[in-house]
Design a protein around this ligand. Structure first.
Ligand SMILES: Cc1cc2nc3c(=O)[nH]c(=O)nc-3n(C[C@H](O)[C@H](O)[C@H](O)COP(=O)(O)OP(=O)(O)OC[C@H]3O[C@@H](n4cnc5c(N)ncnc54)[C@H](O)[C@@H]3O)c2cc1C
Length: 386
């Protein structure tokens, strides 16, 4: 007698949905991606691919524990991805440098945080920082280097995940917008698409990125996820001019192996307003001039934006929805969805197929859907409040 596979319908084909589909398949379930547009074209395409939180000291400690698990998994997961798909994600351990001009506290905060969580770092004086990264402004006074931080190239990662799903015959239903959650006796039975088509499922995973909050609300569930818009400019330069990821205040620079340098990113609570703006791109260029004046005339080859799925405390919502059996959420990954993807996919796929969550050193209640985030007086880490 064959046992029927558990059919799990995943709402949203971003990095979270796609990686979870792959992991569910490995556990013997039958995942199906249902995507409103095209797979991997929203935040997961737009992001910078830095595999580390930008200002981790702004988040609760439980977040650090969670992301450490994910980062520890990343090298193996990305090697599997490249082997299976034949596509390079351009995973690169470029290290991350946080320079200081003597007028900010980032370096001291980063050092204190690194010591607390035992992250390997080097404290460079002005001369050492200059030797390490000659493009830096001569006004830099010292810098902190996290040598183990890596990056990936998002569009390639998503392309590779799509390829793996294709090879495994995981259905990817594109141009299919999920509308209604179908339930029977308070248990999930599937979804209805805009247009009326009904899809049956044993379980539904809400992984619709920035749109998860509105969809959950439509289904009568409170989920504080809203879009935090990020704009990025891509500079065209010669290879190896910059080799480190560099971060200063809200700006960061990510060098790609072909010489392009990605400069990001704005942090805007601006609803779902698409498109880049002169004002925000100008601010990124000011950061270029301040931090790496020799790049100030570099050509902007491209500029784009994306919507980070923001949660008020900056932490993802992971787990079951207690009020509806068979409904699960993996969303609200904010600035860290790529870095958190392996852990989220591993945790959620095991949980959905009935295994006990395996993170004994983390209290998963910190990531519960029902946790109270809406009363936080300081919400959305890294967004300057005026
Ligand atoms: C500018 C920028 C820079 C970033 N930099 C980094 C970084 O350096 N490192 C890092 O780790 N993270 C970074 N992030 C964050 C990261 O990109 C996100 O956290 C992550 O991509 C979220 O993945 P997701 O799958 O939840 O969302 P998405 O990629 O947005 O995918 C959600 C999908 O759900 C679909 N959908 C929505 N509604 C429905 C519906 N009703 N029915 C069916 N489908 C639906 C959407 O079309 C979309 O494809 C950055 C993000 C941005 C925008």
């Amino acid at each position: 007698m064959t046992v029927a596979k558990q059919k799990v319908l995943i709402v949203g084909g971003g990095v979270i949905g796609c990686m979870t589909a792959w992991f569910l398949h490995r556990l013997g379930a039958e995942p199906i991606i249902v995507e409103r547009g095209r797979v991997g074209q929203e935040a997961s395409w737009a992001g910078a691919g830095i595999l580390c939180p930008i200002q981790p000291w702004l988040y609760p400690d439980s977040f650090t524990r969670l992301i450490e698990h994910s980062l520890n998994m990343f090298e193996t997961v990305q090697a599997d991805i490249e082997n299976l798909s034949g596509i390079s994600t351009q995973w690169l351990k470029s290290g991350l440098l946080i320079p200081s001009f003597g007028d900010d506290e980032d370096v001291s905060k980063a050092m204190a945080w690194s010591k607390k969580f035992d992250w390997s770092f080097q404290h460079l004086n002005a001369e050492e920082a200059q030797q390490d990264t000659p493009l830096l402004s001569k006004n830099v006074q010292d810098a902190l280097l996290w040598p183990d931080i890596a990056q990936v190239r998002n569009p390639r990662l998503l392309q590779a995940l799509q390829q793996i799903m294709k090879q495994l015959s995981i259905p990817q239903l594109e141009n299919s917008e999920v509308d209604t959650l179908l339930t029977k006796n308070n248990k999930v039975s599937g979804v209805a698409l805009k247009g009326g088509e009904r899809l049956d499922a044993d379980a539904v995973l809400l992984a619709a990125g920035s749109w998860s909050g509105d969809l959950a609300k439509q289904w009568g569930i409170r989920l504080d996820v809203q879009p935090v818009k990020g704009q990025i400019a891509l500079l065209k330069t010669k290879p190896k001019r910059l080799t480190r990821i560099v971060k200063h205040h809200s700006a960061y620079f990510v060098p790609r192996s072909d010489g392009r340098i990605l400069v990001g990113a704005s942090m805007e609570l601006a609803g779902f307003e698409r498109g880049t703006t002169t004002h925000e791109i100008e601010k990124l260029l000011q950061a270029v001039e301040y931090l790496m004046p020799d790049l100030k005339d570099a050509e902007i080859e491209h500029q784009w934006m994306g919507f980070r799925p923001g949660s008020p405390d900056g932490m993802p919502y992971l787990g079951p929805v207690k009020s509806v059996s068979g409904l699960w959420v993996s969303s609200g990954h904010y600035r860290n969805g790529v870095a958190l993807a392996p852990l989220s996919a591993d945790l959620m796929s095991r949980w959905i197929v009935g295994e006990k969550p395996c993170l004994s050193d983390i209290d998963l209640n910190h990531f519960a859907i029902e946790r109270q985030t809406h009363d936080l007086s300081v919400g959305y880490p890294c967004i300057d409040r005026v």
